[in-house]
Design a protein around this ligand. Structure first.
Ligand code: PGA
Ligand code: ZN
Length: 427
């Protein structure tokens, strides 16, 4: 079976901004749709998102990326077999020809690559997760769900970007969703009562107008208790500090507390939080250029909490291997559009697994109704899934897809639960 047609169109993401969708049609009439998501707090080494610039849609139109698909990518794909993902992705990378995928655009490439993947699964008449699992036993991922959104997603009202929960006591994906729903609701009620509620942030989390970063942590613990759960047992805290957003060159500026800290100072602050609060996971605790700080932080707390590299590792297998050599982080955030193709995304995930790092497949802050990442997390047996908060349909579509995958006949062989977290306890 071969690819007959490839179309690209402009659609709109959850922030109302243009993005690119690619449709790949096979000769048997089956088809696949791939959509590029968009980040707001990006690592500098991510695949380049090609935007037109100028004034139209704030410079964010994607006509160049659309043209790249129509004029160059579509002719090169015609007649190829969608099942040959590695071959097609290698061809896309070569066709682009730049290190950062800046000529055709990382957004054009990931939309195409995902469309090819969907088309291959459709051609095989399998759900995507099952097509990816290739008969290997896989389990539903443990969700990380945002309760408060801050940083670049909420006018920098708090410095920390994501205050999340993980239902560590859940025994199924559906139960994790139930527990999260109660905590999300309790957090909203608490904030409405106490006053700092100011709408929702980009990923659907409550927009917190707190006076200190610690106030958000206290509110999160209170919300877990109000929902009837034991913090740290039933439901634990995960943070995405996204430190590259407020620090570089070893200097960190906490706007909320009007403080400037060096790498050790921020590290010590976070270690104190880990000691004081039921935190099980911290992402980007230090900036992407602070490799020594990331390694030191991992030495300090990596034996008891998960230390996740996002901006620092940018879903890149070479960078994961380099981090493993230094002992920086013990978990890799996997975002397909950081890499630019499905094959490179998988390579980063496999490099993580080879070095004993945990993995989290993640959405971006700019999303759509696309649910592909839920299938990637499940079919690749990644262990964990992060898609933002528990509100707004670009997020709920993904959580609901996990529930569907879990409850259908022929479902995966169970749920990862807390075992997915780094550091992985030896069996
Ligand atoms: P982004 O951030 O999608 O806005 O880049 C999400 C994250 O930092 O995990
Ligand atoms: Zn992040």
């Amino acid at each position: 079976m071969t690819i007959r047609q490839v179309h690209a169109r402009r659609i709109w993401d959850s922030r109302g901004r243009p993005t690119i969708e690619v449709e790949v049609v096979n000769t048997d009439g089956t088809l696949g749709l791939g959509i590029a998501p968009a980040g707001a707090s990006r690592g500098t080494r991510e695949a380049v998102e090609l935007r037109d610039g100028g004034t139209r849609f704030g410079g964010r139109d994607v006509q160049q990326a659309l043209r790249a698909v129509e004029r160059e990518i579509a002719p090169a794909l015609a007649g190829r077999d969608a099942a040959d993902q590695p071959g097609i992705d290698a061809m896309l990378v070569a066709l682009d020809g730049t290190p950062g995928k800046s000529r055709l655009g990382g957004n054009a490439l990931i939309a195409t690559s995902l469309a090819v993947l969907h088309a291959a699964a459709a051609q095989a008449r399998q759900p995507l997760w099952q097509y990816l699992a290739q008969g290997r036993p896989v389990q539903l991922p443990l969700p990380q769900v945002q309760i408060f959104g801050g940083g670049a997603h909420a006018g920098r009202r708090v410095d920390v970007q994501d205050f999340m929960v993980i239902a560590t006591g859940a025994r199924s994906f559906a139960q994790a969703m139930e527990m999260t729903a109660e905590v999300y609701r309790a957090a909203g009620e608490l904030m409405a009562q106490r006053g700092p509620l100011a709408g929702v942030a980009d990923e659907g989390g409550w927009w917190p107008s707190f006076a200190r970063n610690e106030d958000a942590l206290d509110a999160l613990v209170a919300a877990i208790e109000k929902a009837g759960y034991t913090p740290g047992e039933d439901v634990a805290i995960a943070l995405d500090i996204a430190a590259s957003e407020f620090g570089s060159g070893g200097r960190y500026r906490l706007a909320l507390e009007n403080q400037e800290l060096d790498s050790d100072g921020l590290s010590e602050r976070l270690v104190r939080w880990v000691e004081r609060y039921p935190i099980v996971s911290i992402e980007d605790p230090l900036a992407e250029d602070d490799e020594a700080g990331l390694a030191a932080f991992t030495r300090a707390v990596g034996h008891r909490v998960q230390v996740v590299g996002d901006d620092y590792l940018v879903t890149n297998a070479d960078r994961v291997r380099r981090a493993a050599g230094l002992g920086a982080c013990n978990c890799v955030l996997i975002k397909p559009n950081q890499a630019g193709t499905v094959t490179e995304t998988l390579a980063a995930l496999q490099a993580a697994q080879q070095h004993g790092y945990a993995t989290i497949v993640s959405a971006r802050s700019g999303e759509t109704e696309d649910v592909a990442i839920v299938h990637l997390a499940t079919g690749w047996n990644a262990g964990q899934l992060k898609v933002g908060s528990f509100a707004r349909s670009e997020r709920m579509a993904k959580w609901n897809e996990g529930i569907r995958i879990e409850s259908r006949a022929g479902a995966p062989a169970g749920f990862w639960g807390r075992r997915a977290l780094a550091p992985r306890t030896k069996a």
